[in-house]
Design a protein around this ligand. Structure first.
Ligand SMILES: Cc1cc2nc3c(=O)[nH]c(=O)nc-3n(C[C@H](O)[C@H](O)[C@H](O)COP(=O)(O)OP(=O)(O)OC[C@H]3O[C@@H](n4cnc5c(N)ncnc54)[C@H](O)[C@@H]3O)c2cc1C
Length: 401
């Protein structure tokens, strides 16, 4: 039998395409290499699944860091966060807004999200334990070879995800197929992940667990700044501002040494100076003044790192005061390494968007071949962006088949 369409990969992207194909009565087949679908989806959002967010399409796109982010306008305009909310609500699952950004299922369980997607496909058309190894195209028909069987189809949708968390099935096979078929791609690289700093683990080990609520993390020597939470860990630094910076740190590290700098106080430089002036009038010890500006542990560290004794602020030289102010507003640490792409939450890289029609998700090089979800060179920060991208591109593709 020649199928109308074969979808490879049962993650959110592939499942959404199948849901649309199902509603159109198209003769499709879903091939999944694991013994069940949605393995990664189940672990998302700490098993609560941050499905989407409350941004409109313009704000959603401007939150992305990729140069080619406009590629997503077509799919997000057709199927964006508000359509995703409607889809789950119509299927009996309300999504609840948290922190005025992220939507989670009312059950607080990612399994409820998967259940809704499963309910929208014909499970008789799902073949699990079907590991696709090769895609060949000849005379308008694709031959798909799995570990067990060979299938024929008129159209193929590749929804195999990236190379992050390979134990969930995302082993980067989309790029293997691209290579087999002559489709251009960029290798997967880590994004949204932690970074390593020997300086932190050796010299600032007592800061482990100390967190900053609103750090502005700059990659020194570039214009890249990301703001948000930051936490010192036993191996380096983490937290949202670091996760968002990680893909750029990775890029920079390929050619040079990288330092990052951030504020360890929420006060501006002017406010810091005026608090120091106040401290002088009140004959305060420097540590007491510092503790008003940052955490106790960081205050102690600032003095140790700048080799300044804890004494009356009036006894400290102007040069040393400036040294402290600089450290509070521009704390610098060298970064040695970014977490691997396999352990990163998301991957940058994937199928080159220049070779995909954003109106259909069809390859411009090979007709009837489609790429969707994280296997494409599109990704977002944490905050429901990535599942939204998977569902949105999955919908766009299904609707155009
Ligand atoms: C720990 C963690 C937490 C996350 N939390 C969130 C979150 O809360 N919100 C959010 O928006 N994003 C989150 N993400 C990112 C999000 O999970 C992914 O971006 C999303 O799952 C991508 O969907 P996808 O369908 O493109 O690919 P995937 O979900 O990776 O699915 C790909 C599927 O294809 C199958 N497959 C692969 N190769 C083959 C093959 N050769 N043959 C057959 N089948 C194959 C795989 O087994 C898998 O089932 C998180 C990621 C991680 C790792």
């Amino acid at each position: 039998m020649v199928y109308d369409c074969i979808v490879i990969g049962g993650g959110p992207a592939g499942l959404m395409t199948c849901a649309v194909l199902n509603s159109k009565g198209i003769n499709y087949l879903l091939l999944e290499k694991n013994d069940s679908i949605g393995k990664k989806l189940l672990i998302t959002g700490g098993t609560r699944c941050n499905v989407t967010n409350n941004l409109n399409v313009d704000d959603f796109i401007s939150s992305l860091t990729m140069k080619h982010k406009r590629f997503l306008y077509g799919s997000l305009n057709e199927y964006g966060p508000s359509d995703i909310l409607d889809f789950f609500r119509k299927n009996g699952l309300n999504l609840i807004l948290e922190n005025n950004l992220k939507y989670f299922p009312e059950t607080n369980k990612s399994s409820s999200v998967l259940e809704v997607l499963k309910r929208n496909i014909d499970l008789r058309k799902l073949k699990v334990n079907s590991y696709v190894k090769k895609i060949i195209k000849k005379d308008d028909i694709f031959t798909i070879k799995t570990n067990r069987e060979v299938y024929q189809t008129k159209k193929v949708v590749v929804a195999t995800g990236s190379n992050s968390y390979p134990s969930t099935g995302s082993t980067g096979d989309g790029l293997l197929f691209a290579k087999q078929l002559g489709v251009k791609y960029k290798d997967f690289t880590p994004a949204e992940t932690h970074v390593y700093s020997k300086y932190v683990s050796d010299k600032l080990s007592d800061l482990q667990g100390v967190s900053l609520v609103n750090a502005s993390v700059k990659i020194v020597g570039t214009k890249i700044v990301n703001t948000g939470g930051l936490v010192f860990t036993h191996f380096g630094v983490s937290g949202p501002a670091i996760l968002h910076s990680s893909e750029f740190i990775y890029e920079e590290l390929l050619s040079k040494k990288v330092n990052i700098s951030f504020n360890i106080t929420e006060n501006t430089k002017e406010e810091v100076i005026s608090l120091f002036e106040e401290g002088k009038k009140e004959n305060k010890y420097i540590l007491k003044v510092l503790e008003k500006l940052t955490t106790k542990r960081l205050s102690k560290n600032v003095l140790e790192l700048s080799i300044i004794e804890n004494k009356n602020i009036n006894e400290i030289s102007k040069k040393d005061i400036n040294k402290i102010i600089e450290m509070l507003t521009n704390f610098i640490i060298p970064i040695d390494k970014v977490q691997s792409k396999e352990k990163a939450f998301v991957n940058a890289g994937g199928i080159d968007t220049k070779g995909i029609n954003p109106k259909t998700m069809e390859s411009k090089v090979i007709p009837d071949l489609y790429f969707i979800g994280e296997t494409v060179d599109i990704h977002g920060p944490i905050g429901g962006f990535n599942i939204t991208i998977a569902l949105s591109t999955g919908f766009k593709c299904g609707n155009n088949i």
